[in-house]
Design a protein around this ligand. Structure first.
Ligand code: HDD
Length: 742
């Protein structure tokens, strides 16, 4: 049998390239799109990269827009115009491909090298551009120019998970990275923090070990992006300094609702230096304007399958919609005394917090993320953070974790970004003039002038000269180092691995405690080795007896005795996420209609007026419909409006087909996907409002307006008004059973 293609005439003349545009005999294009070549639109203001100065501080003369995607015609990398990019150059249409096809070779060779190694940790991330506006309140303790009153500094922020590969899911249980690059006039300052204020380990020398334990097992490379496996729990139960960080991971902080709703922490204690050289120790905090909110575990798991890009999409959508996320930067301040302790807490131990009730967080500026990256690879993937990127007025301390980081970040980029010139990549370029004596190397893009990259010299006019304190030099704080013997050891205070974990537990509300116990039960329950589960319970016994008993009962294992004396520290209310009221900006409200043509403009307008996002969910697509019963899943919505009486279910989606309920009488007529949507939303503590017959759906699954967070409404506007009140508390917490000390 012949294919259509084989039936085509294959005579030489017919196949001479007379389809080359403009060639003699060329046919006019038969398709309407694309139209004639035209200049592409200029980049949007938010899409231009950071200022393009060369590493010598000179304008490069080649703005990014000048070298990428310019002009209407396709070209080679060398700028030669192309007439075809879909066919290899062959000896006849059915003949072998010719080695001389330079376009083919250029195209495939470049493609073969498109990927770079992913980050060894924090591989999966999303980022945004923004601006940091300083209040000036930190100016009394630091000379950093970007913290002076009214200073505005461009920033780039990358959020990430730690353990998963680049292609893993967003909503896994993990620590989140929160790394901020401030392009200050005095050089780049990077605040490379996390959404958890403490770390697993106290000394950087253990970092490879904790990461080897957390990453997938080396034999089968499973599980991906999970801590629920033997090697992770083996490590954190043998290195009990990890207890506090692990407790944060098992709490709701390990599954944030959104990057926009996470706190950020610099973790280490930093040293700020004022204009006179006086020093203050500080811990940095980012406080989200929208509050700190989390998913519930089942929601996080479903999301990993339904929308693995959930956090990435949420951040980009919010920024595109103009709902620019904001955080206040704040500092806790401590006197820089010889002990570097505050109220008995060792400030050099990165596994310890200082409760906010002891040292309030003082706001020093506002971060607003207002522009999405134009190109994921160029910006989000190639951005290189480094704890050692400091500016005058901000210095490091002797925290052994921080000290190791000062080496690691610059080193890792050599492998990841292919050489030492990664600071020249557009996203990494400082906005301050650069005048270094670093030369050559892979991917050098600067054309350095002069002959004397050394100093002093007599050939390049003596340049460059050294700056001093009066001319903006970065001068390390002249801190005394007490006489000491070289040791591989840590201070005795580093041995306390439990008291702050207990403080955290005691600060949690009842539903938060229940979630923590469930998380330990799940994670330890996923381990194969009983010895690891038993060791995990021993750690829990040293945090709280009730927590330990609850998890032990679920695991079917005996309850161990604590090995330390359990003190009763005062709770720190600031650690709990529940009980406050927050803005509802950017929250997503699903409006379920039973007919795509149904008018829900009142409800939509009310949602928009409240600064939230309405998504209309209908049985099928249609004008004004954003989701259908086939594409909607509860995890996407913070609240639901059931607008209108249900219609008979489509074939195959009756509740009986889906086994939603045994009560076939009541539910056979309603689409099982809607019933699933509502039952999941209810189980996840989401507010639900019904009007215009929508309460029939509630009845079918056994809910009424007597249930917490379920409201009957007079119409769309009323429904949304009631939902807003409920959404301010994030979830309907009364639906979660009071447990564990509640
Ligand atoms: Fe790290 C990346 C945060 C300890 C070594 N780290 C990385 C990122 C964040 C953090 C947010 C992603 C940056 C980005 O978006 O590109 N890391 C932390 C925090 C720590 C910490 C808050 C403890 C307080 N890290 C830490 C130690 C070491 C590293 C102790 C090594 C000794 N971290 C790295 C790294 C990474 C990294 C291997 C991977 C990719 C990169 O640096 O650029 O160098």
């Amino acid at each position: 049998m012949f294919t259509n293609h084989e039936e085509q005439p294959v005579s030489g003349t017919a196949h001479q390239r007379n389809d080359i545009p403009g060639a003699p005999g060329a046919e006019p294009p038969t398709v309407e799109e694309p139209t004639s070549p035209r200049e592409p639109l200029p980049p949007k203001p938010d899409q231009s990269g950071p200022a393009t100065v060369s590493p010598t501080g000179q304008p490069t003369g080649a703005d990014q827009a000048d070298v990428a995607q310019r002009g209407g015609y396709l070209t080679t990398a060398q700028g030669a115009r192309l007439y075809d990019t879909d066919h290899s150059l062959k000896a006849g249409p059915r003949g072998p491909v010719l080695l001389q096809d330079h376009h083919l070779r250029e195209k495939i060779t470049h493609f073969d090298h498109e990927r770079i190694p992913e980050r060894v940790v924090h591989a999966r991330g999303a980022a945004a551009h923004g601006v940091f506006e300083s209040y000036g309140t930190a100016a009394r303790i630091t000379r950093a120019a970007f913290l002076a009153e009214g200073a505005r500094t461009p920033v780039f922020v990358r959020f990430s998970t730690v353990l998963g590969s680049r292609g893993s899911a967003d909503t896994v249980r993990d620590t989140r990275g929160f790394a901020t690059k401030f392009y200050t006039d005095e050089g780049v300052f990077d605040l490379v923090g996390n959404n958890i204020p403490v770390f697993f380990i106290q000394d950087a020398i253990k970092f490879p070990d904790v990461i080897h334990a957390g990453k997938p097992h080396p034999d089968r490379e499973i599980p991906q992006a999970q801590s629920a496996h033997d090697t992770f729990w083996d490590f954190v139960t043998l290195h009990t300094e990890a207890t506090f960080h692990t407790l944060w991971n098992m709490s709701d902080r390990g599954i944030p609702r959104s990057f926009r709703m996470m706190e950020g922490f610099g973790v280490h204690t930093f040293r700020l230096v004022d204009a006179e050289g006086a020093t203050t120790l500080v811990k940095f905090h980012w406080k989200p304007r929208l509050g700190v909110h989390s998913l519930v575990w089942e929601e996080a798991q479903i999301t990993s399958g339904v929308d693995p890009d959930f956090h990435r999409r949420d951040l980009a959508d919010a920024i595109e919609a103009g709902a620019h996320p904001q955080w206040e930067l704040g500092v806790q301040t401590f006197p820089d005394n010889e002990e570097q302790m505050f109220e008995g807490i060792d400030l050099l131990d990165p596994t310890k917090i200082v409760p906010e009730e002891l040292a309030p967080v003082q706001p020093v500026g506002l971060l607003t993320l207002d522009a999405n990256p134009s190109n994921y690879f160029a910006e989000t993937e190639q951005v290189a953070f480094h704890v050692g990127n400091l500016v005058p007025g901000i210095d490091v301390t002797n925290d052994a974790l921080m000290q190791g980081r000062l080496f690691s970040y610059i080193d890792t980029q050599i492998t990841r970004l292919g050489g030492p010139n990664f600071p020249q990549l557009p996203i990494n370029r400082t906005h301050a003039p650069v005048n270094d004596m670093l030369r050559d190397g892979m991917h050098q893009t600067a054309v350095h002038r002069g002959v004397a990259p050394y100093r002093p010299n007599s050939l390049d006019g003596g340049c460059p000269f050294l700056a001093g304190a009066g001319t903006g030099a970065y001068i390390e704080a002249p801190v005394e180092v007490p006489a000491a013997r070289k040791v591989r050891d840590a201070a005795a205070s580093f041995d306390d691995h439990y008291s702050q974990a207990r403080l955290f537990w005691r600060s949690m509300s009842a539903p938060e405690r229940e979630h923590i116990a469930a998380a330990y039960t799940f994670e330890l329950g996923k381990c194969y080795e009983n010895a690891i589960k038993e060791r995990g319970l021993k750690v829990l016994a040293n945090i709280d007896g009730e927590l330990c008993r609850t998890v032990a009962a679920e695991l079917g294992l005996p309850v161990p005795e604590p090995t330390v004396e359990l003190a009763d520290p005062d709770p720190s209310p600031a650690l709990s996420q529940i009980g406050k009221q927050w803005p509802v900006d950017g929250r997503v409200v699903g409006i379920v209609v039973t007919d795509p043509a149904q008018d829900v403009s009142e409800a939509r307008q009310a949602v928009l007026a409240a600064g939230m996002v309405p998504l209309v969910i209908a049985p099928t697509g249609g004008e004004g419909v954003q989701r259908t019963f086939a594409t909607a899943r509860s995890i996407e919505y913070d609240a639901l409006v059931l607008a209108g009486a249900p219609q008979p279910a489509a074939d195959g989606y009756g509740a009986r087909d889906a086994k939603v309920s045994d009560d076939a009488e009541a539910v056979t007529d309603i689409d099982s996907r809607v019933l699933l949507l509502v039952t999941e939303a209810f189980r996840h503590g989401k507010a639900i409002a019904a009007y215009g017959g929508g309460d029939a759906v509630l009845e079918a699954v056994g809910f009424t307006s007597a249930d917490a967070g379920v409201v009957g409404a007079a119409g769309g506007g009323d429904a949304v008004e009631q939902l807003v009140g409920l959404l301010r508390g994030h979830r309907v917490w009364d639906r979660f059973p009071p447990a564990l000390g509640g």
